[in-house]
Design a protein around this ligand. Structure first.
Ligand SMILES: CC(C)(COP(=O)(O)OP(=O)(O)OC[C@H]1O[C@@H](n2cnc3c(N)ncnc32)[C@H](O)[C@@H]1OP(=O)(O)O)[C@@H](O)C(=O)NCCC(=O)NCCS
Length: 195
């Protein structure tokens, strides 16, 4: 089975493809929160009832890059990313939050890596993280700016994700972090990859 990774294009909200991508992203995100509630600092019950524009805003956020892992249905899915994204099944995603233009510290945040349970254990998580590193590397560093780096936060107990990141060169910068969301606190391990 062939898998490929594609970046979601920034489309106009009125575009039917935008609506379809938004629907699929919502489904995959909700699936991830339901499948692995102990891995996230977000909660299925809080996101499931969000209105459509909550999902549209995520997709349109100019600082967010969405990489989608697609299970290709056939050799003839089409020549471009958009047609592959439309024809194939979405089985994973990862989000990168890029620093804003004013920011002197080029910190890229890797968020929400998820691989569908059916597709785990065959190296696709690693492929996605390598893609994130590549994306960060390709982003232009402005003159006078420090070299870019990528950070992520892993909840305590998520040993398989931590093992994956460490294998690919991330190092632990804080083994005793705290993340807070919607009044709840979570213990985290903060990691970093210097490009
Ligand atoms: C973490 C996750 C993305 C890994 O995806 P994957 O496609 O299964 O990962 P890979 O097949 O590329 O495996 C990469 C490494 O992860 C680790 N790993 C994967 N599955 C594992 C398991 N069941 N037990 C222990 N380690 C495991 C191993 O270190 C593996 O390296 P190896 O193949 O050299 O032994 C996936 O399990 C997932 O989506 N989990 C739920 C969401 C999540 O935890 N996201 C991360 C939030 S920080």
């Amino acid at each position: 089975m062939a898998y490929s990774i594609h970046t979601l294009p920034k489309l106009d909200q009125a575009d039917t493809t935008f609506q379809e991508f938004s629907r699929r992203l919502k489904n995959l995100r909700l699936q991830s929160l339901k499948a692995d509630p102990d891995k996230w600092v977000s909660i299925y019950d809080s996101e499931v009832n969000q209105p459509d524009d909550f999902w549209w805003n995520r997709l349109q956020d100019s600082q967010a890059i969405h990489h989608i892992l697609v299970k290709n249905t056939s050799e003839s899915d089409g020549p471009d990313s958009k047609s592959v994204l439309l024809a194939g099944e979405w089985v994973g995603f990862v989000v990168i939050i890029v620093p804003d233009a004013e920011n002197k510290s080029p910190e890229y945040l890797m968020n929400a890596l998820y691989i569908d349970t059916q597709a785990r254990g065959i190296g696709l998580g690693k492929r996605m993280v390598r893609q994130v590193i590549d994306t960060v590397r390709k982003h232009e560093t402005k003159a006078g700016q420090a070299p870019p780096f990528c950070t992520a936060s892993v909840r305590h107990g998520n040993d398989s994700a931590l093992a994956l990141y460490r294998k690919l060169g991330f190092r632990v910068v804080n083994a005793d972090g705290i993340a807070e969301k919607e009044g709840r606190k979570y213990r985290t391990i903060e990691i970093r990859y210097d490009i």
